[in-house]
Every structure is written in structure tokens, then in C-alpha cells.
Design a protein around this ligand. Sequence first.
Ligand code: 5GP
Ligand code: MN
Length: 320
Amino acid sequence: MTRKLKRLIDRSRQVFIVAHVDPDGDTIGSALGLARSLRKMGKDCTLACADSVPDALLFLPGVEEFGIPRLTDEDLIIAVDVSHPNRLGQAYRHLPSLDTPMVNIDHHFTNSMFGTINLVRIEATATAEIIFDLLQEWEVLLDSVLATHLLTGIVTDTQSFSTPSTTPRILEVSSQLMKAGASLTEIHENYYKKREVETLHLWGRILAEMQLDDQLVWSVSTLDMQSRSHAAPDDGDGIVNLLATARQAKAAIMFTENEDGKIGISIRSRPGVDISPIAIHFGGGGHPQAAGTELLGDLCEVIPKVLIKAKDVLNAHDPK
Ligand code: 5GP
Ligand code: MN
């Protein structure tokens, strides 16, 4: 598999690297790390993402290159951390149907294998770990920028080395990335510790709306709450992890109203509780402890529908 990938790369000159919509640290860090490595190998790279990169990731060197370019002379497409063509976004979901070969590098067990080559390793902690392994195989020398890109993917996908997906091996990989010059403190300072006051005001409103329903804690971010806080819908990203700290809760769900009429749904759970079936039931995906989807409709119809399914899943897991 990786030999076939190397042959494709050797034959290509210009590579189109695409990250997933609503981008997170793993898709952005992996895409940047891959681009930097391929450039060291003499390739031209274009970086694409249908959505803009969140403020918390703007510290990453090279991140300003992301945009929504059209595919032109590129002879290879590589999707990173993308589980399904839908996750490429409106601008790019047609890419798998083009004649240009497409490589799918990912670690989601829900991956739909949409590439010409699918390098999907569900045991990998983060897509950044798969990229790290490729670089070792290709004998690309790590530098501090490359190491920062990959360590950011690992830190953000493991919620700072705290999820059950954190393996002894990922700590070894991270140690090598730190030795190559990546700073864990710099990543933490930038990603977790530089929130706008408006964001924290929004978080306050979301926490005030929080409800505990048996083993499930949930809350909402309405357009009205966002505008009163002078914040945007994605300023609520990450608060679901805080909701999930409620002692009584096995799972947390965050409902975010967006201007386009879609409700974003983010789900988290305690180790050993698999909430991915909830997201999958509503057309989404993710991991056992962190999954999500998007639904068209009003909050008042979406919330009860999702809560009923969530309770089914939690009860099946832990029948009373
Ligand atoms: P988050 O709640 O942080 O947005 O996403 C948690 C996990 O669920 C991530 O692994 C992300 O890739 C996945 N995820 C979130 N939204 C969607 C979606 O709409 N579709 C799919 N397939 N996966 C999603
Ligand atoms: Mn990931």
C-alpha cells in the first residue's frame, strides 16, 4: 500500500492536499506536515479546505496558504483526516469522481474508502501519526516546523493525551517530535489558552443553558446567544469537552445553530462508552468517544430527535 503510494508520488509533480470541513488540528496539522515534506521531496503543493481555519490554529506556520482553490494542473489529490467525500465540503466533494488519482489518508473507522488508494489505519491515534510513519519510510528529515504541525494533530485529537486512543507508541512518536523541536507548551498556549473574551461570554451562556438528563448532559448555542456574545457559531467549539466533565454524565451533546439553517451536533463520552452510533444514525461519523454530524432543521425538532436516539444508545450500552 505505502509502496504504491510512493510510486504515485514519485510520478507526480503537483499535489493537491485537501483537509476536511470544520477543520480541526489533526486535518490542518497533517495537511501542513505533508505539504512541507512533499516540498522537501521536490513537489509543488496546493493546500485546500472548504472552510476557514479556526483562530486557535492560526499560529501554525504556513496555515495562511489554505484557501478554496480550483484544481488546475495538479496530478495527484491527497485527502487527510477525511472520512467521507461529504467531509470535503461542497467545493470538493466531486474530487473522488475525477480522473486524477486520489489518496485517502485517514484513521476514522467510519471511513468510506473513497480513494484510488486508501491508507486508512483505524488503530492510528491521529492522521498525523500516519503521516509521521510515512515520513520515516520516505526518510524525510524532521525539522521544528514539521514536528509542530504533526504534534498539533496528535495533541488536539487526543485532547492532550487523555483519550483512550492515547497509546504508549503515540507518546514515543510525540517524544521524537519534541526532540525535533516541537514545543508542547507553545501548542497548548496557542490552541487552548488564547480564547477571546467574547468566546468565554458565549461559553457562559452555553453553560447556563446546560441540562442534565439522566446520564446525558447537553446544551445549546443559538444564533441569539451568539449575537448577544458578539461571537460566531464556531466559538462554541470545544465546550462539549467541558460539558462532558459533568460527574453524573456518561455523554455530552452540544447543539449549535448556524446561519445556513443547519444544526451542528458534537458528541463526547467517557472512556468505554461508544457514542459514534448516535452520529452515524444521523448521517455523521467520528470516533467512539468523539463524534458529530449536522442536521437541517429547527433546534426544537432536532434536539428531541437526537436526545431520544442518544438515550437508546446509552441504555443499550448500560441497561437499567
Ligand atoms: P467535533 O465534535 O469535534 O466537531 O467532531 C468530533 C469527531 O466527529 C471528529 O473526528 C470529526 O471528524 C467527526 N465529525 C464531526 N462532524 C462530522 C460529520 O458531520 N460527519 C462525519 N462523518 N464526521 C463528523
Ligand atoms: Mn483525526
